[in-house]
Design a protein. Structure first.
Length: 203
């Protein structure tokens, strides 16, 4: 498609690089912005710039944060004895939206997947060990997706740390097999956290 402006063409090219947005949708979005007050487009651009330059990873749990330590890890009202193991920051958001969990988190940054070339060394499993060395953690909660990769990751962590003086549990299978946590409805996910069960290696 020919564009009347190189600036417009570049904007469409950049917008269409986002997931799920084709060139036609990108053009509609670009034209929409041009119809709005200039301040709105500038505000959007500033927000995106801040997103990529100012967002940090929490040093404690690897969640997104505006500071070195995120608000959850800084919250002294949270239960330091519970550590919920999740794959992705989106899983933290999903669980927090249920309002049913008051412990801390650790974001692995993915799950073991030989097909995708992802092994244990590429995940933040070492951070779990550091947490356990503090002797504060009493329970590790696996809140991983109900997939083969999620189960493999939970099993690996269990085998690695099963000699530690810590309880292992897993969210109840109210989440259907094959489901990702971020797509679960809040009620089902909340019940799965509340009704978590003891983890055993036969799962």
């Amino acid at each position: 498609m020919d564009y009347p402006s190189k600036v417009l063409s570049k904007a469409v090219e950049e917008i269409s690089g986002l997931p799920g947005i084709g060139r036609k949708s990108a053009l509609r979005l670009a034209l929409h912005l041009l119809r709005q007050p200039a301040s709105q487009g500038i505000s959007l651009g500033t927000s995106i710039q801040n997103l990529v330059t100012e967002i940090k990873y929490c040093k404690e749990c690897h969640n997104f944060s505006d500071s070195e330590i995120c608000d959850i890890c800084n919250d002294h009202k949270r239960n330091d004895e519970l550590l919920c193991i999740v794959e992705d920051v989106r899983d933290v958001m999903a669980i927090e939206n249920t309002g049913k969990y008051k412990g801390k988190y650790l974001v692995l940054g993915g799950k073991i997947s030989p097909m995708e070339g992802i092994g244990p060394s590429q995940l933040r499993i070492g951070s779990i060990e550091k947490k356990l060395m503090s002797n504060t953690i009493k329970e590790l909660i696996f809140a991983l997706s109900a997939t083969m990769e999620g189960d493999t990751t939970a099993y690996y962590i269990y085998k690695k740390f099963k000699t530690q003086q810590v309880k292992f549990s897993s969210i109840a299978r109210g989440i259907a097999v094959g489901d990702e946590l971020e797509y679960a409805d809040e009620i089902s996910l909340g019940r799965s956290i509340t009704n978590r069960t003891a983890y055993n290696e036969s799962e």
